[in-house]
Design a protein around this ligand. Sequence first.
Ligand code: XIL
Length: 418
Amino acid sequence: MKIKYLIVLAILLVASALAFLIACEEEPPASSQPLTHCELCSTELEEEDSALFCPNAECIVTIIGLDIIDLPALKETFADYFDIGNIFNPGDVNAGGSAVTTNRLTHHYNVLTAENHMKPSYLSSSATSLNAGGLATADRMVNAALASGFKVVGHTLLWHSQIPSWQADLRTNSTTKETALTQMRNYITSVVTHFGDRIYAWDVLNEAFPDGGLTSDWKTSMRTGTQGNPWFMKIGHEFVYEGFRAARLANPNAILYYNDYNMNMLNKASLVRDMVQDVNNQWLSDPLYDGKLLIQAIGMQSHHNTGITPASIQAAINLFKPLGVTISISELDILSQSWGDYSAATAVTNTGRQNAANLYGQFFTVFLNNSDIIKRVTFWGLNDAQSWRARGEPLIFSGNKVKLSYYKIIQSLQAFTE
Ligand code: XIL
């Protein structure tokens, strides 16, 4: 009798232990309770919309109910290390072009890049003249940004995407190489001259290299085919030198950038390094050589996801260091999921959100460790909903609320300065 009783008790104990373990593995739903104290942000919280999830005993905050306008300005927090930028659109400035009206942009950032409105398809519809309407919008944006105290990056002069048909058609039409070269120089000269010193840095060439099909020779590895770079396809690799040279002549003060994504892929980064090295060497014997590098800076776009490691970013920076260039993180966003899950439109999970937040912290540690050559970190969007990759929740703010990612960035700065 006693033994039977003990066996039943043991079974009950094992069953309840199992049930407990299973319950612990399930992710509890976001807490409906208001969070009262946020240790990470050393703040008492009253808002009821803070989102919590509790993967282990510890609860993790993914969105904190603080308005980002009340946070210390990022541009001031990082002032000793690099500029902090973001993107803007016509709706962010007033009709007269005298102010940026999105006050959360003005609060946190000191550099702006037009998300779209300075791309070739906006500024040009014919090879012989610029598009007056497009220029007027871009002028309004640039003037407003300057009036509100920002510096402005010009994005972008030579690209394979968002280009007018006269540029796209060069891929296949019978325009001669010489004519195309003249058209390219004219386009660059007229755009760069138009904006003059209002633009302090130009992304002269964007995304010239594909991800796959690369050879070890940059001169033969640029984008071709239906979506290829028309200038490369028509002129050949020397369009790079000629394009940067035209930009330098049109505005000797502007910092000239090569800008690309997936630079943490070392085969791509190696081609970029080789190209910059060759072009800058060629410039040394140009009669117009002015003592400066021709390609002075590399923009690492940094459209990342949770599969990217901090070490791979450091490795790319190490490749670029010997060039003597400066670097900007020019379009930063980190998907809260892997590239595969994003491509398959799989829903973001709390674990993904936490992973992205951790990566934000780790990537900023890399940026801070290299702040001798990193001059600017630009986020590609103010908040998740406004992102070009919104469903992947890739930014540090959610609407007007702050995400865990922001605090991970601040923590990385605190650790760096300790
Ligand atoms: C993106 C914009 O964010 C989108 O609004 C637009 O539809 C497509 O272009 N690399 C670049 C940026 O250099 O110009 C791109 O911006 C994102 C990838």
